[in-house]
Ligand binder design. Sequence first.
Ligand code: HEM
Length: 521
Amino acid sequence: MNEKKKTRMDPIFIALIAIILSLIAYTVYQANEANKYWLKRGIPHRKPMLFFGNSGKHVLMRQHFTENLLEVLKDFPHEPAVGFYDLTRPILIVKDIDLVEKILVKDFQQFMDRGFPLDKRNAIDISLFTMSGKEWRALRYKLSPLFSTTKLKTMYGSMAECSQSLTSILDQIQEKEDIDLKEYLGRFAMDVIGSCAYGIDAKNLSEPDNEFRKMGKKSFEPDRLQMLKFAIIMCAPKLAKLLRISLAKTDVTDYFCKIIRDTIDYRKKNDIIRNDFLQMFMNLKDEGNLELRIKDPEDEYLQTEVSYSVENIEFTDDMMIGNAFQFLQAGFEATAAISLLTLYELSKNMEIQKKARLEIVINVEEAGGMLTYDALRKMTYLEQCIKETFRVYPPVAGLNRLCNKDYLLPNGYKIQAGELVMIPVAAVHNDPKIYPEPEKFRPERFDPDQKIPSCAFLPFGNGPRICIAMRFALLEIKHCIAKLLMNHEYKLSPNSKPFRLDKKSFFMIPADPLLFNIRQI
Ligand code: HEM
């Protein structure tokens, strides 16, 4: 009886093994074929590994993505564009700054989208960053006024309140005590965005163990599952859609979305109108539609009144929540990282720190002892220090663009419609032809009389898809550093380990805590 059962199972078992082996063989074949893409296109590239392409070390968290790109590009110092495999997905890396300018600015119409495969069923993934085409254009147009000078001046008061809390906490620190500034700057950045964006007192500085801080930190904590999800979304977008894979971490997004929803309800119930990001999203939702004015190229010869056709694009609930969440999240990590790294560089170069402080003190005195918006604007050397930090540690490794129509490069090579292009920011920032001795920290590179080509400095990207909040982020960082340098002197603690990049992080942040000793002035 047992014998009979065994013989009946065998064919099923064999068939199953055959199916699995065929699937493996098919997957290996497909991956192998994918690895021939740049060879067939005649584009210089590094030999890819099966399944891992050229990004294996990064995906396995053994190398930061910025280092990954720099290492590959080192093999091709004279090539303006190089083929790269992000796992199995081919991407054209363009580092020649004239080409970069064409892609990001001059021929933007052909490189308008980021090519992020967006699954609209995941509300939280819908944001200005991931949106494309007409929807992106209409929303970008509506949101840009959020960052006008008038709006920034209004938000400046909230920033000043948060920085006052920060310096009061730092005042309590003893001179010889080692402090990990990253934690304090992270709390400050969260309080600022909570307050400027949503009118919330997030209390990260006063109550460091609160839920807002924990969730904010968690949203950027890299883990292997997140890496895997990202890899599936980028390399197999159809599979990602089928499995409804989202980059969002459910507990984090649930928490922040609840805050956003509760704040909206509270404002509606109590007729509260504020001058912040959330109000703008609420107004758009009330208007119902985003109006898109489309210029008809056929009419351009008329040269007089240009005629527009108008298209209405619905501003959905999901768009409101997704964008509100992205604005909240985008403000957390990168601003704190750059503030920390500016203080790190200024602590390694005490002369630069002294020079920056002198400029701050003079301008504050001229403004009657207050760190006002206008006083801050005059601090050009401080701004140069921050820009140099951005050059050395650009938070975002690459700017992605999707080519939507065949595009001929000056060297005769064609970028095909549907191909992904990436601008490797750190490679541009480390080009010795633009920045001699790029490994050195030199704020003088950004002296007003130094002419740096516009697409040679890209921490916020460039062109119509440049970071919408660039001025806000710069203002926050500059205000924070000015306030800290006004009140304290910063030195690196002898116990601080040398800077080592955190390979697991999305941004360029240190793997070990940078320890400082501070002295009240
Ligand atoms: C130091 C801080 C920041 C850095 C370094 C940074 C960097 C960037 C970069 C590199 C891009 C892509 C640009 C491109 O593709 O050309 C971007 C886009 C974007 N950023 Fe930022 N960002 C920062 C802060 C913020 C903040 C605080 C917000 C929101 C309040 C924000 C909102 C956005 C949005 C919505 C986009 C998409 C813009 C679009 O596609 O139209 N960013 N950012």
